[in-house]
Ligand binder design. Structure first.
Ligand SMILES: [Zn+2]
Length: 232
Protein backbone atom coordinates (compact mmCIF):
# COMPACT_ATOMS: atom_id res chain seq x y z
CA UNK A 1 0.00 0.00 0.00
CA UNK A 2 2.81 2.35 0.98
CA UNK A 3 4.60 1.46 -2.25
CA UNK A 4 1.47 2.26 -4.27
CA UNK A 5 1.16 5.60 -2.49
CA UNK A 6 4.79 6.46 -3.21
CA UNK A 7 4.41 5.37 -6.82
CA UNK A 8 1.26 7.48 -7.23
CA UNK A 9 2.99 10.45 -5.69
CA UNK A 10 5.99 10.06 -8.02
CA UNK A 11 3.71 9.69 -11.04
CA UNK A 12 1.78 12.81 -10.08
CA UNK A 13 5.12 14.55 -9.63
CA UNK A 14 6.05 13.61 -13.19
CA UNK A 15 2.72 14.74 -14.60
CA UNK A 16 2.44 17.90 -12.55
CA UNK A 17 5.96 18.76 -11.44
CA UNK A 18 6.41 21.33 -8.75
CA UNK A 19 8.09 24.10 -10.67
CA UNK A 20 9.95 27.19 -9.53
CA UNK A 21 7.71 30.22 -10.10
CA UNK A 22 10.71 32.30 -11.16
CA UNK A 23 12.74 30.05 -13.51
CA UNK A 24 10.39 27.14 -14.29
CA UNK A 25 12.86 24.42 -13.21
CA UNK A 26 11.68 21.54 -11.01
CA UNK A 27 11.81 22.22 -7.31
CA UNK A 28 13.61 19.92 -4.89
CA UNK A 29 11.55 18.47 -2.07
CA UNK A 30 12.84 21.04 0.47
CA UNK A 31 12.17 24.00 -1.83
CA UNK A 32 8.83 25.85 -1.89
CA UNK A 33 7.52 28.00 -4.76
CA UNK A 34 10.92 29.51 -5.59
CA UNK A 35 14.14 27.50 -5.98
CA UNK A 36 17.17 28.31 -3.83
CA UNK A 37 19.14 29.60 -6.81
CA UNK A 38 16.41 32.07 -7.78
CA UNK A 39 15.98 33.20 -4.17
CA UNK A 40 19.72 33.87 -4.06
CA UNK A 41 19.63 35.74 -7.39
CA UNK A 42 16.63 38.00 -6.65
CA UNK A 43 17.57 41.67 -7.24
CA UNK A 44 16.82 43.19 -3.82
CA UNK A 45 16.84 47.00 -3.63
CA UNK A 46 17.37 47.40 0.16
CA UNK A 47 15.22 50.55 -0.22
CA UNK A 48 13.62 49.93 3.21
CA UNK A 49 16.90 51.13 4.71
CA UNK A 50 17.01 54.45 2.87
CA UNK A 51 14.51 57.33 3.15
CA UNK A 52 15.86 58.90 -0.06
CA UNK A 53 15.61 55.83 -2.29
CA UNK A 54 14.49 56.05 -5.93
CA UNK A 55 10.85 55.12 -5.24
CA UNK A 56 10.56 57.80 -2.56
CA UNK A 57 12.29 60.36 -4.79
CA UNK A 58 9.88 59.60 -7.63
CA UNK A 59 6.97 60.52 -5.35
CA UNK A 60 8.64 63.50 -3.63
CA UNK A 61 6.86 66.79 -4.24
CA UNK A 62 3.70 64.99 -5.29
CA UNK A 63 2.43 64.20 -1.79
CA UNK A 64 3.68 64.14 1.81
CA UNK A 65 4.55 60.49 2.30
CA UNK A 66 6.17 59.13 5.43
CA UNK A 67 8.21 56.56 3.50
CA UNK A 68 8.15 54.61 0.24
CA UNK A 69 10.00 51.55 -0.98
CA UNK A 70 9.91 48.57 -3.32
CA UNK A 71 11.66 45.30 -2.44
CA UNK A 72 12.90 44.22 -5.88
CA UNK A 73 13.96 45.70 -9.19
CA UNK A 74 11.51 44.80 -11.95
CA UNK A 75 13.10 44.02 -15.29
CA UNK A 76 11.23 42.68 -18.29
CA UNK A 77 12.02 39.08 -19.11
CA UNK A 78 13.63 38.55 -15.73
CA UNK A 79 12.72 36.36 -12.77
CA UNK A 80 10.84 39.06 -10.90
CA UNK A 81 8.56 39.48 -13.92
CA UNK A 82 7.88 35.72 -13.95
CA UNK A 83 7.02 35.76 -10.24
CA UNK A 84 4.63 38.68 -10.63
CA UNK A 85 3.12 37.16 -13.76
CA UNK A 86 2.39 33.92 -11.87
CA UNK A 87 0.89 35.90 -9.01
CA UNK A 88 -1.32 38.04 -11.24
CA UNK A 89 -2.34 35.77 -14.08
CA UNK A 90 -1.78 32.14 -13.02
CA UNK A 91 -3.62 32.19 -9.71
CA UNK A 92 -0.39 31.77 -7.69
CA UNK A 93 -1.57 33.82 -4.75
CA UNK A 94 0.81 31.77 -2.58
CA UNK A 95 3.70 33.49 -4.39
CA UNK A 96 2.21 36.82 -3.27
CA UNK A 97 2.06 35.69 0.35
CA UNK A 98 5.64 34.37 0.22
CA UNK A 99 7.00 37.60 -1.29
CA UNK A 100 4.84 39.61 1.13
CA UNK A 101 6.43 37.67 3.99
CA UNK A 102 9.89 38.56 2.66
CA UNK A 103 8.83 42.20 2.40
CA UNK A 104 7.41 42.18 5.93
CA UNK A 105 10.65 40.68 7.29
CA UNK A 106 12.50 43.67 5.88
CA UNK A 107 10.01 46.32 7.05
CA UNK A 108 9.69 44.96 10.58
CA UNK A 109 13.07 46.26 11.84
CA UNK A 110 13.12 49.33 9.52
CA UNK A 111 12.95 52.61 11.45
CA UNK A 112 10.60 54.37 9.00
CA UNK A 113 8.01 51.60 9.21
CA UNK A 114 7.83 51.17 12.97
CA UNK A 115 4.42 52.52 13.98
CA UNK A 116 2.12 51.24 11.23
CA UNK A 117 -1.49 50.69 12.35
CA UNK A 118 -3.17 49.19 9.26
CA UNK A 119 -1.96 47.55 6.06
CA UNK A 120 -4.17 48.37 3.04
CA UNK A 121 -3.77 46.80 -0.42
CA UNK A 122 -4.38 49.07 -3.41
CA UNK A 123 -7.91 48.12 -4.55
CA UNK A 124 -8.15 46.48 -7.94
CA UNK A 125 -10.30 47.78 -10.76
CA UNK A 126 -13.73 46.11 -10.44
CA UNK A 127 -13.62 44.61 -13.95
CA UNK A 128 -10.17 43.20 -13.33
CA UNK A 129 -11.27 41.79 -10.00
CA UNK A 130 -14.18 40.07 -11.72
CA UNK A 131 -12.06 38.50 -14.44
CA UNK A 132 -9.11 37.61 -12.16
CA UNK A 133 -11.17 36.63 -9.13
CA UNK A 134 -8.72 38.14 -6.65
CA UNK A 135 -6.62 41.19 -5.92
CA UNK A 136 -2.95 40.20 -6.04
CA UNK A 137 -1.98 43.06 -3.71
CA UNK A 138 -4.19 41.59 -0.98
CA UNK A 139 -1.97 38.50 -0.78
CA UNK A 140 1.20 40.61 -0.65
CA UNK A 141 -0.42 42.68 2.11
CA UNK A 142 -1.38 39.50 4.00
CA UNK A 143 2.24 38.34 3.96
CA UNK A 144 3.45 41.72 5.22
CA UNK A 145 0.76 41.99 7.90
CA UNK A 146 1.49 38.47 9.18
CA UNK A 147 5.22 39.24 9.56
CA UNK A 148 4.62 42.60 11.23
CA UNK A 149 1.70 41.53 13.43
CA UNK A 150 -0.58 44.26 12.01
CA UNK A 151 -4.17 44.12 10.77
CA UNK A 152 -5.00 44.24 7.08
CA UNK A 153 -8.12 45.95 5.74
CA UNK A 154 -9.83 45.77 2.37
CA UNK A 155 -12.91 47.68 3.54
CA UNK A 156 -11.48 51.12 4.19
CA UNK A 157 -10.15 52.10 0.78
CA UNK A 158 -12.61 51.49 -2.06
CA UNK A 159 -12.42 52.02 -5.81
CA UNK A 160 -15.80 53.52 -6.61
CA UNK A 161 -16.00 54.08 -10.36
CA UNK A 162 -14.65 52.29 -13.36
CA UNK A 163 -11.85 54.18 -15.04
CA UNK A 164 -11.05 54.03 -18.71
CA UNK A 165 -7.76 52.73 -19.99
CA UNK A 166 -4.93 54.76 -18.48
CA UNK A 167 -2.24 53.95 -20.98
CA UNK A 168 -2.71 56.73 -23.52
CA UNK A 169 -3.13 59.57 -21.06
CA UNK A 170 -0.57 62.04 -19.83
CA UNK A 171 0.48 61.85 -16.20
CA UNK A 172 -1.56 64.93 -15.32
CA UNK A 173 -4.75 63.60 -16.90
CA UNK A 174 -4.14 60.21 -15.38
CA UNK A 175 -3.86 61.80 -11.96
CA UNK A 176 -6.99 63.91 -12.46
CA UNK A 177 -8.77 60.77 -13.58
CA UNK A 178 -7.58 58.79 -10.55
CA UNK A 179 -8.40 61.49 -8.00
CA UNK A 180 -12.11 60.76 -7.89
CA UNK A 181 -11.67 57.00 -8.04
CA UNK A 182 -10.77 56.19 -4.45
CA UNK A 183 -13.08 56.62 -1.51
CA UNK A 184 -12.40 56.03 2.18
CA UNK A 185 -15.00 54.23 4.29
CA UNK A 186 -15.13 54.21 8.11
CA UNK A 187 -12.96 57.37 8.40
CA UNK A 188 -12.96 57.06 12.20
CA UNK A 189 -10.60 54.06 11.84
CA UNK A 190 -8.22 56.04 9.60
CA UNK A 191 -7.99 59.39 11.39
CA UNK A 192 -4.65 59.79 13.18
CA UNK A 193 -3.35 56.42 11.97
CA UNK A 194 -0.21 55.39 10.09
CA UNK A 195 -1.32 53.49 6.98
CA UNK A 196 0.88 51.20 4.90
CA UNK A 197 -0.35 51.07 1.29
CA UNK A 198 0.67 47.93 -0.60
CA UNK A 199 0.99 47.47 -4.37
CA UNK A 200 2.59 44.88 -6.67
CA UNK A 201 4.67 46.94 -9.11
CA UNK A 202 5.32 50.69 -8.97
CA UNK A 203 5.43 52.29 -12.41
CA UNK A 204 4.22 55.91 -12.60
CA UNK A 205 2.94 55.88 -9.02
CA UNK A 206 -0.29 57.60 -10.11
CA UNK A 207 -2.57 55.01 -8.48
CA UNK A 208 -0.61 55.00 -5.22
CA UNK A 209 -0.61 58.80 -5.23
CA UNK A 210 -4.40 58.91 -5.58
CA UNK A 211 -4.85 56.28 -2.82
CA UNK A 212 -2.48 58.08 -0.45
CA UNK A 213 -4.16 61.42 -1.10
CA UNK A 214 -7.59 59.95 -0.31
CA UNK A 215 -6.26 58.56 2.99
CA UNK A 216 -4.46 61.80 3.93
CA UNK A 217 -7.53 63.88 3.04
CA UNK A 218 -9.55 61.66 5.40
CA UNK A 219 -7.17 62.45 8.24
CA UNK A 220 -4.56 59.67 8.25
CA UNK A 221 -1.55 60.87 10.25
CA UNK A 222 0.99 59.19 7.97
CA UNK A 223 0.96 57.13 4.80
CA UNK A 224 3.82 54.85 3.79
CA UNK A 225 4.13 52.78 0.63
CA UNK A 226 5.55 49.30 0.06
CA UNK A 227 5.58 47.46 -3.26
CA UNK A 228 7.05 44.17 -4.40
CA UNK A 229 8.90 45.68 -7.31
CA UNK A 230 9.94 48.92 -8.93
CA UNK A 231 9.89 49.28 -12.74
CA UNK A 232 12.99 51.36 -13.48
ZN1 LIG B 1 14.19 29.03 -9.90
Amino acid sequence: MLLVKQWTSDLLGLLFPNLCNACGNSLFRHEQLICIKCLYDLPFTDYHQYADNRVAKQLWGRLPLNAAMAMLYFRKGAKVQNLIHNLKYNGRTDVGVLLGNMLGERLKPAILYQDIDIVIPVPLHRKKFKSRGYNQSTFIAEGIAAQMGIDISENHLIRNTSTESQTKKSRYNRYENMKAVFQVNFPEDIIGKHILLVDDVITTGATLEACANALLATGAAKVSIAALAFAE
